[in-house]
Design a protein around this ligand. Structure first.
Ligand code: TRH
Length: 358
């Protein structure tokens, strides 16, 4: 019965940062946990999975963690079997012996390329498109995550709590996950100038580099009523909990950006920068959707802040309004999260898509 599609092979090549592996790990464990799939997650750089999932041992070629079989993906790839569904994450290019084995298998596996997230409208028309292999009897389909039911949706586990009302925080807790190009100096200046006490949690890597470039030393630092505190890189679920706890989250890339939306707290997104500045179009496309139901003044503040944060401009002038309207933004975000949660989640959409007749 082909609709069973028990065996899934998910291939992840780590380009840089944590987004590729963060998305793949979330997807793999949800496929196993909620859909009963036998998932093999092939990763070319296991060391990058360890901080997100400390149960993973970077030295093991094969291991089982949280119901997922994690396999080290090496250059000399030997094929033992082909999955009924094969996910090529972010056009990572499957090993050629594996493609050959797919072509020799009957029935043919469902081959799906999981694309990067974009809010741009064209993702709707490209979602689900087929691309026949030029020489082999194989067809690859493109699966686009997105913000509307015409796309593949967003990663969201079953039972994930949606944002609930919360009290005015004191001190204001902030998490700062950004690239080192963000105008962090202006954020720190704005925090230093604010009378309300705050604690800003700074993970290692690019965020901490950006902060130490401005402040020097190793921290923690006290700037007026603001405490700037380096924190350890947290396992994925603990990081999600941090986002739910903080009053304001700076997030980046793809996966933390989605999580901030489920957390529902006011957030500022730094999009992954692209050479041809295509990310500015993507940022605008998201803001068009996200700000559509805001009143004009709030939309102007949010658009201004996101744009400044992504363009390296001073955010100090926008910060007081953002903080003052914090509760209102949280209410908007709760509605936004409920709206997005009305869509089928990405993993379920993928399971349905893989089982659908094409
Ligand atoms: O690390 P990123 O910048 O990843 C990026 C983007 O995905 C981008 O689209 C892609 O092209 C590029 O990688 C290669 O940001 P992102 O997507 O938020 O991924 C970070 C992951 O790290 C996310 O799954 C959350 C996780 N994380 C933790 O588990 N613990 C932590 O302490 C932190 C700060 C993050």
């Amino acid at each position: 019965m082909p609709a069973m599609q028990l065996h899934w092979d998910l291939f992840c090549r780590v380009v840089d940062n944590y987004g590729d592996i963060g998305v793949c790990w979330r997807l793999a464990r949800q496929l196993a946990r909620e859909h009963g799939k036998a998932v093999r997650l092939w990763v070319d750089d296991l060391a990058s999975l360890v901080p997100i999932c400390p149960d993973c041992d970077a030295n093991l070629p094969t291991q089982h963690v949280q119901g997922v079989e994690i396999r080290r993906w090496t250059e000399n790839f030997t094929v033992d079997r082909v999955g009924a569904v094969v996910i090529e994450a972010f056009a990572c290019e499957l090993p050629s012996p594996y493609i050959a084995a797919m072509a020799a298998t009957t029935p043919k596996p469902r081959w799906i390329n999981l694309e990067y997230l974009t809010a741009e409208p064209w993702a709707e028309s490209c979602h689900g498109l087929a691309s026949p292999h030029p020489s082999l009897p194989l067809v690859k389909h493109f699966f686009f995550p997105g913000f509307s039911p015409a796309t593949g949706g967003l990663l969201r586990e079953t039972g994930l709590p949606l944002p609930a009302p919360h009290n005015e925080p004191d001190p204001l807790e902030i998490s700062l996950f950004c690239y080192d190009t963000a105008p962090v100096a202006s954020l720190l200046a704005a925090l230093a100038a604010t009378r309300q006490p705050s604690v800003c949690h700074v993970p290692p890597g690019k965020p901490l580099t950006a902060v130490t470039t401005v402040l020097g030393g190793a921290g923690p630092w006290q700037l007026g009523a603001a405490r700037i505190a380096p924190i350890a890189f947290l396992p994925l679920d603990d990081y999600d909990a941090l986002l739910r706890r903080c009053a304001i989250n700076f997030v980046r890339g793809e996966d933390s950006f989605i999580r901030a939306q489920w957390a529902g707290r006011p957030f500022v997104w730094q999009i992954y920068p692209q050479d041809d500045a295509a990310h500015h179009v993507k940022l605008e496309a998201f803001l068009d959707r996200y700000c559509a139901a805001m009143d004009g003044e709030l939309a102007t503040t949010m658009r201004g802040l996101f744009t400044a944060w992504n363009s390296g401009h001073d955010i100090a002038a926008l910060w007081p309004t953002f903080v003052a309207r914090h509760q209102e933004i949280a209410r908007h975000n709760a509605q936004w999260a409920r709206h997005l949660a009305g869509q089928t989640d990405l993993t379920t959409a993928l399971v349905n898509f893989a089982a659908a007749k094409v």
